[in-house]
Design a protein around this ligand. Structure first.
Ligand SMILES: Nc1ncnc2c1ncn2[C@@H]1O[C@H](COP(=O)(O)OP(=O)(O)OP(=O)(O)O)[C@@H](O)[C@H]1O
Ligand SMILES: [Mg+2]
Length: 174
């Protein structure tokens, strides 16, 4: 059975519980709103990866998370810096916003010090594809979000969610 409404495509899973499988984001504001929902439950050690084509909305979603955590200024894309970190008091939880698009070699990620960062903050990582297969070993508990650009320019948000995220994603309402 498939229920189609404005934002969600939901299916009944084996235990007959309603599970949302994807969220259609009508505009950039909706993408940021999804980020704000995630920001409400974000905690130390969380790793969220954001994949999708160029311009899919990854930074917009990160922007929503940071805004929910209290960051009030413009959130730049970390494409050139590779990583921009946000610390209290500007945010309620330390966050490293990372963009691996320009990472030449997956091993270079060590230089960013992300493992140390995840001890006291959360990681938001655009272009996780750049890490290849090794990602499953280094971040098995990550929430992997994926954005697709639809023909009408809306975005479709899908995900792979480990049990670690079960009570926090997907939303029933946001
Ligand atoms: N749901 C949406 N519908 C239409 N446009 C959107 C949506 N979400 C974001 N956008 C727009 O898409 C454009 C690209 O967004 P953004 O910079 O967040 O993408 P990105 O995936 O981070 O890109 P890059 O791959 O360059 O890092 C922006 O103009 C943004 O406003
Ligand atoms: Mg981006």
């Amino acid at each position: 059975m498939c229920l189609l409404c404005k934002k969600y495509v939901a299916f009944l899973d084996d235990s007959k519980k309603m599970t949302i499988q994807e969220i259609i984001l009508a505009d950039a504001a909706a993408t940021e709103e999804a980020g704000r929902y995630l920001g409400r439950s974000l905690q130390t050690g969380d790793i969220i990866t954001l994949s999708g084509d160029l311009g899919a909305g990854k930074t917009s979603l990160a922007r929503g998370i940071l805004s929910e955590l209290g960051f009030q200024e413009e959130v730049p894309s970390p494409s050139f810096a590779l990583m921009i970190d946000y610390e209290p008091p500007e945010v309620s939880l330390p966050v490293a916003h990372v963009d691996l698009y320009r990472l030449d070699n997956p091993e270079d990620i060590q230089e960013l010090g992300l493992d140390e960062f995840a001890f006291y903050g959360a990681l938001l990582v655009e272009w996780p594809e750049r890490l290849g297969q090794v990602i499953d070993q280094i971040w098995p508990d990550r929430l992997a979000l994926h954005l697709d650009i639809l023909e009408d320019n809306r975005r479709r948000l899908t995900w792979q969610r480990p049990s670690y995220w079960e009570n926090r994603w997907p939303p029933l309402e946001y």
